[in-house]
Design a protein around this ligand. Structure first.
Ligand SMILES: NC(=O)c1ccc[n+]([C@@H]2O[C@H](COP(=O)([O-])OP(=O)(O)OC[C@H]3O[C@@H](n4cnc5c(N)ncnc54)[C@H](O)[C@@H]3O)[C@@H](O)[C@H]2O)c1
Length: 379
């Protein structure tokens, strides 16, 4: 199985970036959307990004032109997939829409074409079974923006063949990204499994301790090595994305997440974060803005309950056969920008202290907080 021609279905935020990254690596790319106007916007964005790279001397003008010319915008689905060996689907995160898209695609794509979905949270195995080729169906989760983010999670479904996993791993390497294999199709895969529950937990921690947003965020940044605070990161990601991921993950398994009402409230009030001018914080303009966090503020807050939450989920991923500690650390470093390994931070606090904290939380707040057996055994 060798891949030279790729079709990217969906030219939005992620699709145009994935098309650009693939064409940069030398692949011939067809970019498909439902209307020409979406493709025009996407091609303009790609041109803008390539021009910027030329200005920064990361590409020559000739290279940029070569990359641009390898991306062909096409509206007709049949035409778009006629030469493809692989289709990367990047349509909106709506199960019914994805299923409809795959039903159409399955009819027109040749039998041996690989289907790779960029879904962030939807179950790979379930989407795969709606096609005639679950063995050739796989999750390929790029992060936003694909041009810059190094991490790609690869998620095989129950029936995905080893050959397809190998092809996708090779592909990810060829586009100069680092692949982390999420060996089981678990809700949230690796990064969202760590990140989304932590945003909710941060809201509960705020309720329980009365700490300010800035104190919590400072501790997350300076004590846990996050590139920014957890509320700041939530605002940066967008409450729409977090709300959607929460809903999908919770739908799949009630135990993976304890939704805090603040997320739904902010989402309903259209306080989506940076992009709408307000989320957990208020922003003055539409320019990307950082919150003033400091080591002094960090000293005012003990982040043990947040570490307990993320490390409990990390060990859950290991004990459920989805990943291992080394891969989780790699994913957290590249996907969340963590500067300190998670398990190192946990050991510094003391695994026994974390287990004790989780048991106390479980007593007061229920089963959700129970420490994973692997975490308990690590004391
Ligand atoms: N935005 C993010 O931060 C992010 C990060 C990682 C993964 N994802 C995932 O990537 C996928 C796409 O997200 P997005 O943010 O790029 O969405 P988006 O809304 O920006 O883009 C989706 C595009 O798909 C097009 N589309 C709709 N139906 C189509 C069809 N039948 N064929 C081809 N194109 C079609 C839409 O017109 C739109 O241009 C989702 O599964 C999402 O969960 C998003």
């Amino acid at each position: 199985m060798s891949v030279k021609n790729i079709t990217v279905l969906g030219s939005g935020i992620m699709g145009h970036g994935i098309a650009q990254v693939s064409a940069t690596a030398g692949y011939n790319v067809v970019l498909r959307d439902i209307e020409q106007k979406f493709l025009d916007t996407a091609m303009e964005k790609i041109k803008w990004s390539l021009d910027k790279m030329v200005t920064k001397k990361k590409l020559t003008q000739t290279e940029a032109e070569g990359i641009y010319s390898r991306i062909k915008p096409v509206v007709d689905l049949k035409e778009a997939v006629k030469d493809a060996e692989m289709v990367i689907e990047v349509v909106p995160e709506i199960m019914e829409l994805k299923k409809k898209v795959y039903a159409e695609l399955d009819q027109v794509a040749a039998k041996d074409v690989i289907f790779a979905s960029n879904t962030s949270t939807l179950p790979i195995t379930e989407i795969a079974t709606t096609t005639s080729r679950p063995d050739k169906f796989i999750g390929i989760h790029f992060f936003n923006p694909p041009q810059l983010m190094k991490l790609v999670e690869i998620i095989p479904g129950e029936k995905t063949s080893q050959e397809v996993i190998d092809v996708i791993q090779e592909f990810v390497k060829s586009v100069n990204k680092t692949a982390v294999l999420c060996r089981k199709d678990v809700p949230g895969f690796i990064i969202n499994r760590l990140f989304i529950p932590m945003v909710h937990e941060a809201c509960y921690v705020r309720d329980r301790t009365g700490a300010t947003l800035e104190e919590i965020d400072s501790a997350v940044k300076f004590k846990l090595g996050f590139p920014m605070g957890i509320f700041e990161l939530a605002d940066f990601t967008g409450m729409d994305v977090i709300h959607k991921a929460t809903t999908e993950m919770h739908l799949r398994d009630k135990k993976v997440i304890l939704p805090h009402p603040t997320i739904e409230k902010l989402f309903d009030e259209k306080k989506l974060g940076q992009k709408s001018g307000e989320g957990f914080y208020k922003y003055s303009g539409d320019k990307y803005e950082r919150i003033a966090l400091s080591e002094e503020l960090a000293e005012k807050f003990n982040p043990i309950q947040l570490v307990a939450n993320i490390i409990n989920n990390a060990t859950w991923l290991v004990s459920n056969g989805a990943s291992d500690i080394e891969e989780i650390e790699k994913a957290a470093q590249l996907g969340l920008g963590l500067k300190k390994p998670l398990f190192e931070t946990a050991k510094k606090i003391g695994i026994a202290n974390i287990v004790k904290e989780l048991n106390q939380l479980a007593e007061k707040n229920g089963e959700f907080y129970k420490p994973d057996p692997l975490l308990t055994s690590m004391q």
